[in-house]
Design a protein around this ligand. Structure first.
Ligand code: FAD
Length: 531
């Protein structure tokens, strides 16, 4: 689908009139492409960098209602989200998996136990399920022996879900392309085309896969702006005023041996009582997140967001206070990552009080969808597509199955069944092709991760990898999950992917240099950019 000749071929076929052009290859754009393609619209999605490289690879990896939104009285956001969580658990099974949470209550929080209990009850009622349990102080300390006992009163267990956010985007995109959609990464909409009345009727697209890349004007009946935190930049081309507040959220990643967590934990930062998560993910433990305004100067100076030294300290402080016996220090952190929340500005004083609801605006023929959450991407896509349909004089969409049904797991001696199921969720109906691509030994795990070597070959061959960081930070998350961004494995990775990507030695070395630099600058435990 996205093999070595695909990029050139796609560029050579771009000059046609499209029904819909979508700007942005995060989860919002991917969801839109999926619905638009299956409704028969001739649709093109363009992504200025790599697919999911914006916020959609930098989330907390949760498919959740957002328990803390209940406390901010954002009931509708929570209700909608838990329902979508249930849908994702059933339709995107094995990619979206149930995740038990403990919400521990401490005297220092000044929250009554009954309030906590009511919260989890409402949470479950919204989803029409009954999974919550009350945990006594003794039970909590038995299950979480390293948790700080000082002031601990009781806890509530409830259930959410988690996902590999980047893989969710790629799976949705690839299923959309199978339905007839076109998606192109490293292609940036640098301007909007407007007719004499000012109405948007296309984009000026620039090839960002090379320096001084080609440009082309593309016509479309409607343009949808799904550019996440960069929504205002795109709207700026038609003179629309800014409406977004970019809020940065950062995470730390710890190795399981240093910070063993088998279920997730919701806690409140001991210093400012902000809600935080500790989450088991892909054999590591994530701690996040911060929630602070992202200054414009950072964006001008740096190509990616990163956790500042203060944020790393803030998150580490919470872990040290909540798990003092683990004696975690900076040296124990594997990596950090940071993303920008596209939040519609409401004037709230503190970032965490801003609503996470999504918004849809139709301005001069430019349809914008922004805000919201990874969890609610289908609802955002449906509402946006129905607005687009009305604009184009077409009937509203009929809701049908969104994800392709998973096939049976192909019989394969080399693959252990648990890994097979893991791959099934990530690759869906393409699992057979992935297995067929594997050379001997490549269905073994990349220890200690759940991933197998064949995923690297498959991604290099088939998943629109243009830079090494696309492969190691997003298609397979080695850069986040292994010490030093997995650089020790680069020789082994090179032997698999260099021939697949058709890179000469010089290109490989340049890509390796670039990857090491990006990792140190933006993903190291204390990113160089913050020093
Ligand atoms: P993005 O993923 O940012 O995609 C927009 C894309 O548009 C980018 O890839 C960008 O490169 C591209 N683009 C921009 N301008 C142009 C242009 N001119 N031309 C072409 N392309 C362009 N939600 C949850 O449900 N669960 C969570 O656990 C969760 N945790 C989060 C934690 C953090 C720290 C943050 C920041 C957010 C979290 N969210 C979570 C929210 C969720 O991640 C976002 O709402 C979602 O990923 C936004 O997706 P998007 O597609 O709208 O934006």
């Amino acid at each position: 689908m996205w093999n070595s000749s695909w990029r050139e071929k796609t560029w050579s076929e771009l000059d046609q009139s499209w029904d819909i052009i979508i700007i942005g290859g995060g989860i919002t754009g991917a969801g839109l492409l999926r619905l638009a393609s299956s409704a028969g619209y001739k649709t093109l999605l363009v992504e200025g960098k790599d697919f999911s490289s914006g916020t959609s690879s930098r989330s907390s990896k949760l498919v959740h209602g957002g328990f803390r939104y209940l406390y901010n009285k954002q009931y509708e956001v929570t209700r909608e989200s838990v329902r979508e969580r249930e849908w994702l658990l059933s339709e995107a099974e094995e990619l979206v998996n149930p995740l038990p949470f403990l919400l521990a209550n401490y005297e220092q929080y000044h929250v009554k136990n009954i309030e906590l209990w009511l919260g989890v009850v409402i949470y479950d009622l919204f989803a029409s399920k009954w999974k919550h349990k009350r945990y006594s102080r003794e039970k909590i300390l038995r299950d979480y022996p390293k948790l700080n006992p000082d002031g601990l009163m009781m806890g509530c267990r409830y259930e959410d879900a988690n996902v590999d956010d980047s893989r969710l985007v790629v799976r949705v995109l690839r299923e959309a392309v199978r339905e007839g959609g076109t998606a192109l990464n490293y292609a940036r909409a640098i301007d909007l085309l407007q007719d004499n009345s000012g109405k948007v009727h296309g984009i000026l697209l620039k090839d960002t896969s090379v320096q001084n890349g080609r440009e082309i004007e593309l016509k479309s009946r409607i343009v949808i702006n799904a550019s996440g935190p960069w929504t205002d930049e795109v709207r700026g081309h038609i003179g629309a005023p800014n409406r977004l507040r970019k809020l940065r959220g950062s995470h730390l990643v710890f190795p399981y041996e240093k910070f063993p967590m088998d279920t997730a934990l919701t806690l409140f930062h001991p210093k400012d009582k902000r809600a935080m998560f500790v989450i088991p993910w892909e054999g590591t433990t994530l701690v996040g997140t911060t929630d602070i305004d992202h200054p414009a100067e950072f964006e001008q100076q740096y190509s990616e967001p990163f956790a500042t030294r203060e944020e790393v300290g803030y998150l580490l402080d919470a872990v040290k206070m909540m798990f003092p016996d683990l004696r975690l220090e900076l040296d124990d952190i594997l990596s950090s990552f940071s993303g920008l929340r596209p939040v519609v500005r409401s004037g709230a004083a503190t970032p965490s009080k801003e609503s996470r609801a999504h918004a849809i605006w139709l301005e001069k023929g430019l349809l914008t969808v922004t805000g919201g959450k990874l969890t609610t991407f289908r609802i955002m896509a449906e509402q946006t597509m129905n607005t687009a349909a009305a604009y184009l004089g077409r009937a509203p969409l009929e809701r049908k199955r969104f994800f392709n049904k998973l096939p049976d797991l192909p019989a394969c001696d080399e693959l252990d069944p648990q890994t097979g199921v893991y791959l099934l969720g990530r690759y869906g109906i393409e699992i057979r092709n992935l297995i067929e691509t594997a050379r001997p030994g490549e269905l073994q795990k990349i220890s200690p991760l759940p991933n197998v070597w064949a995923e690297l070959r498959w991604a290099a061959r088939e998943e629109a990898v243009h830079h090494l960081d696309d492969l190691l930070l997003r298609r397979v998350r080695l850069g986040l999950l292994l010490p030093e961004g997995g650089t020790e494995l680069l020789p082994a990775i090179r032997s698999i992917v260099q021939p697949e990507l058709g890179w000469c030695d010089e290109r490989w070395e340049e890509e390796e240099r670039r990857y090491r630099q990006i990792w140190k600058m933006y993903y190291a435990p204390v990113p160089d950019a913050s020093c």
